[in-house]
Write a protein that binds this ligand. Sequence first.
Ligand SMILES: Cc1cc2nc3c(=O)[nH]c(=O)nc-3n(C[C@H](O)[C@H](O)[C@H](O)COP(=O)(O)O)c2cc1C
Length: 155
Amino acid sequence: MHAEAPVRSVTYVSRAATPLTQTSLEALLLESRANNELSGLTGMLAVRGDDFFQVVEGPEAGISALLASLRRDPRHTDMRILNEETVPFRQFPDWRMRCERLDDYPVDSIPGIDAMGGGDDASADTRTRGVLDLVRWLQARAARALSERHPSAAS
Ligand SMILES: Cc1cc2nc3c(=O)[nH]c(=O)nc-3n(C[C@H](O)[C@H](O)[C@H](O)COP(=O)(O)O)c2cc1C
């Protein structure tokens, strides 16, 4: 992607309002990717059980509109913003909305995984570090997935 102005990046957690099925998740991703393509948003959605952890990034207007939509979306609840900032580069530039299901990973093998789910008892510092760790881990996996898809991009 060519150079662009700094982008707005928001990370939040929430929980599916009703038990999440593969079908409902796929429908959500199809809708999100089509919308994000139009509004210039990129990002990633991590899912573990019924817990969501999402990073969305892009132009300020698109992000504000999405946040308003997310806040009234009955498919999830307990939405909590973990981080909101303007960043010089996108963290997931190649993904209209990458999705990663984390159910099969042993909990303690994922850095910052406590940032998902309850986790209100952690101090603000610990939580911020956890969010950064988890985003970095997800970014590394996204980069690996991309290089496996396009081997020439790996060098
Ligand atoms: C966990 C979760 C993640 C979502 N991610 C996106 C997204 O990345 N992009 C998007 O356009 N909509 C996303 N949505 C759907 C929005 O909440 C909303 O339904 C959609 O943007 C349509 O907005 P509207 O109902 O205001 O027209 C997501 C919904 C949920 C529950």
